[in-house]
Ligand binder design. Sequence first.
Ligand SMILES: NC(=O)c1ccc[n+]([C@@H]2O[C@H](COP(=O)([O-])OP(=O)(O)OC[C@H]3O[C@@H](n4cnc5c(N)ncnc54)[C@H](OP(=O)(O)O)[C@@H]3O)[C@@H](O)[C@H]2O)c1
Length: 378
Amino acid sequence: MAAITQNSFLSSNHLQLFKPNSKTKPIIAPTSVRMSLQETAPSIAVVGVTGAVGQEFLSVLSDRDFPYRSIKMLASKRSSGKQYTFQGHDYTVEELTEESFNGVDIALFSAGGSISKQFGPVAVNKGTIVVDNSSAFRMDENVPLVIPEVNPDAMKGIKVGTGKGALIANPNCSTIICLMAATPLHRRAKVLRMVVSTYQAASGAGAAAMEELELQTREVLDGKPPTCQIFKQQYAFNLFSHNAPVLENGYNEEEMKLVKETRKIWNDMNVKVTATCIRVPVMRAHAESINLQFVNSLDEHTARDILKNAPGVVVIDDRVSNHFPTPLEVSNKDDVAVGRIRRDMSQEGNNGLDIFVCGDQIRKGAALNAVQIAEMLL
Ligand SMILES: NC(=O)c1ccc[n+]([C@@H]2O[C@H](COP(=O)([O-])OP(=O)(O)OC[C@H]3O[C@@H](n4cnc5c(N)ncnc54)[C@H](OP(=O)(O)O)[C@@H]3O)[C@@H](O)[C@H]2O)c1
């Protein structure tokens, strides 16, 4: 890891990433000066660089030695002028404007849907390939929605160097984590119906939500009323239905993303998906309980073997020690962990499975997935 250690969020260190200090330039400490700066490599821009996902973009680019000839760090006017050090070079955060994309080959966007809607098309018109983390374009039929391990063909033909701009959408973090585990099983036995219950971390709501959870935890332990600015209700020592707006059908937007994005990514408009999304007071990494009903028979042993061999997936399924995936264990990790793999006894034969999945949603659910997409553009 470039800047974060496995359990760094247990100390107050995790917040250093999100609190640039003008004296010490703390963001992305130069663990080493890498060889990523290359004259023939693409120029890249990170939009929303000061945020939770933006910071993770830098970590992932560094960890994977992503080649670039220049990198622009972009955020709002509020952050303009902040100084960061990345891979041994000093950078100044610039305010995002339409001119920001002049000469940029690949732009990694994570500044929210409205910013993507406003600036994504501008960037594309300038020949930039935009990999967007927001929900702005995910359901646009002309925009590929890509998990590299699942549907890389959806972005076939989009390459840097053609002079043509394009938009590629990163799926919702819960969808990515779910489909990383469900797709290898779907390929073998075809999912007829999927029931997902999520346990989503503070980090999914951005850097400010992580800070609020930490603050509230201290306040509650000190017997003080919790500060509720990001979420309307107490988050520390509590859990609640996902904060996304609730729609007329009773589902919230986060749940409907799981439904609609799964259909688009699997290119299967008939797959039945239902979801209940819950925020839990975990700092980082989402967990999901997934119930699967298959068209064809798939026993749990075969399923375990399939998952063991699936790219980007690790199996943690130790019944004897009662050791299964946890958000802590997957935090700052690339792989999605799967456990509790068992036959669903409520279904006939071997046509149903229950699994429990954990994944770092800032990493595989956002930044890593987007950088993997960017790698496929080269
Ligand atoms: N967190 C996750 O796990 C996750 C996962 C998947 C997708 N996403 C998506 O990624 C996006 C960012 O999420 P986040 O969690 O990183 O949020 P965040 O921590 O709140 O960061 C938001 C970023 O957007 C920038 N920004 C805000 N207004 C801007 C403007 N007018 N112009 C330019 N930049 C602006 C902020 O810059 P300032 O610091 O200057 O305000 C900051 O860099 C959202 O669309 C979110 O849905 C997040």
